[in-house]
Design a protein around this ligand. Structure first.
Ligand code: BES
Ligand code: MN
Ligand code: ZN
Length: 497
């Protein structure tokens, strides 16, 4: 799929489909007005006869525009009540346009949707979102279908059109960012969607090597279990011992910034299947625990997008990858393990495994002398209870860092919401037998998990993103979402500005 930007008039561009917005009551965008004029008032007539729905995100396809309109089709997207759009409205509009284009028969289109006014958003943002929404609508995971049929009339080319030359560079910048971020999102989705038998810790390690093939500037290192033993990563190894697949600690380094600039370190939970271990999970929907590596997938996606955009920043991605399975040799409730930090942990529940692998990876992160560390994990079912499927849980030991991430979430429509990390909660993970327990009782499960990680991140500015509710969808549309690649890439882009 090809994206670009150009200047031009809506009635004069020869294309299979021209996309314009109309709001309520009968407010034509400048490009729509021009089409109406060239098309003998056709749009106005269709509005009058109520054949165009101006509801936000409603689409109407006009097959044979009248008059001198050059395009073969006009896709009208409703923009709702006539006002400045919110970023969410714009997302709804671009997503609806993308879906209509994808299911229609036009294989190329020119879009004037970036002329719509959106609160607090510039042209580059609108161009970026247009690309991301289109790629999202076109995404399919069919690599494991034996009869995968390509779409009959796939959209092959989308051109974002702006009205003057001065805006063109900005639109192009947005389009290129959109392509890089969409590639990152797609990579994260595809890794997430792959089943546990085809996405093992070793497969993730291979993925890191594959990424290095695409971006030779990346440095990739895979630490095997003997190396982890040497580093005394007793918490991480206590999870992997129940599995026949060897754990991997994957390290990817991108050095686009000043040699002396401290890196941002991203740590992604890579549990390629979480059965719960000896504290085994109930069977219903257990298949969805193949998505328990979506934190790792988001690190892959973000590293890929950053490398593609050649951002002037230093970035390290660390992925502890393992399965969590029951076995005669698996860790048992009550076992006490010693983490790389030297702190001991009583494993009261083997299903609270994410924090066990993350704590050693977070200790390992110190070696990179990080400016900030952000971990990303499908960590707690409690986060889904607290925040549902719309927002990522955010916990941090540094309010400036938390604010940066919240802002990036707002800007990218991939939002997070902060929860507190207070001492009262930390007390919940005390243990009679070890320095701490790996669970904190019934209340505030997301926060006590954060408190646990907080005991390993005292030496640097750190934030934790609990993506349990947002990383994938269940039911009819089951599949990985790629979140929070949008948030993370925006966070890193902001740091470069
Ligand atoms: N991977 C799960 C968290 C999870 C569960 C994410 C359901 C999304 C949907 C994690 O490893 C886990 O099992 N957490 C336990 C912690 C509990 C034992 C304290 C949970 O949330 O039940
Ligand atoms: Mn678990
Ligand atoms: Zn898990």
């Amino acid at each position: 799929m090809n994206f670009n930007a150009r200047t031009g008039d809506s009635d004069k561009l020869a294309s299979a489909c021209v996309v314009v917005g109309i709001s309520d009551p009968r407010r034509l965008s400048p490009a729509a007005r021009q089409l109406d004029k060239a098309g003998q008032g056709q749009l106005g007539d269709l509005l009058k006869s109520a054949d165009i729905d101006t509801g936000c995100g409603k689409t109407t396809l006009i097959h044979t525009p009248k008059g001198s309109v050059k395009a073969a089709r006009v896709l009208v997207v409703g923009c709702g009540k006539d006002k400045k759009l919110s970023a969410q409205d714009f997302d709804k509009i671009t997503a609806a346009a993308a879906k209509a284009l994808q299911s229609g028969s036009a294989t190329d289109a020119v879009s004037f949707l970036t002329e719509l006014e959106v609160e607090d958003r510039d042209l580059a943002w609108k161009a970026q979102r247009t690309v991301e929404a289109t790629r999202d609508a076109l995404y399919r995971f069919d690599e494991l279908k034996s009869d995968a049929k390509p779409a009959k009339h796939p959209l092959r080319k989308l051109t974002v059109v702006v009205n003057d030359r001065s805006a063109l560079a900005e639109a192009k910048r947005g389009v290129n960012r959109g392509i890089a971020v969409a590639n990152g999102i797609e990579l994260a989705r595809t890794l997430g969607n792959r089943p546990g038998n085809l996405c093992t810790p070793s497969d993730l390690a291979d993925q890191a090597k594959a990424l290095k093939k695409d971006y030779p500037a990346l440095k990739v290192q895979i630490l095997e279990e003997p190396a982890m033993k040497k580093l005394a990563m007793g918490a991480l190894l206590s999870v992997s011992r129940g599995s026949r697949q060897p754990a991997k600690l994957i390290v990817m380094q991108y050095s686009g910034g000043n040699k002396k600039a401290k890196p941002v370190v991203l740590v992604g939970k890579g549990v390629t299947f979480d059965s719960g271990g000896i504290s085994i999970k109930p069977g219903a929907a257990m298949d969805e625990m193949k998505f328990d590596m979506c934190g790792a997938a988001s690190v892959f996606g973000t590293v890929s997008a950053v490398a593609e955009m050649k951002l002037p920043i230093n970035l390290v991605g660390i992925i502890p990858a393992t399965e969590n399975l029951p076995d005669g040799d698996a860790s048992k409730p009550g076992d006490i393990v010693t983490s790389m930090s030297g702190q001991t942990i009583e494993v009261l529940n083997t299903d609270a495994e994410g924090r066990l692998i993350l704590c050693d990876a977070l200790t390992y992160a110190k070696k990179f002398n990080p400016d900030v560390v952000v971990d990303i994990a499908t960590l707690t079912g409690a986060c889904v209870v607290a925040l549902g499927h719309h927002t990522t849980g955010l916990l941090s030991n540094d309010q400036d860092l938390a604010d940066e991430l919240l802002k990036a979430g707002q800007a990218s429509s991939d939002r997070a919401w902060q929860l507190p990390l207070w001492d009262e909660y930390d007390e919940q993970i005390s243990s009679n037998f070890a320095d701490m327990a790996n669970i904190g009782g019934r209340g505030a499960g997301t926060i006590t998990a954060g408190c646990f990680l907080g005991r390993f991140t005292k030496d640097y500015r750190w934030a934790h993103l609990d993506i349990a509710g947002v990383a994938w969808k269940s039911g009819h549309a089951k599949g990985a979402t790629g979140r929070p690649v949008q948030l993370l890439t925006q966070f890193l882009l902001n740091r470069c500005a």
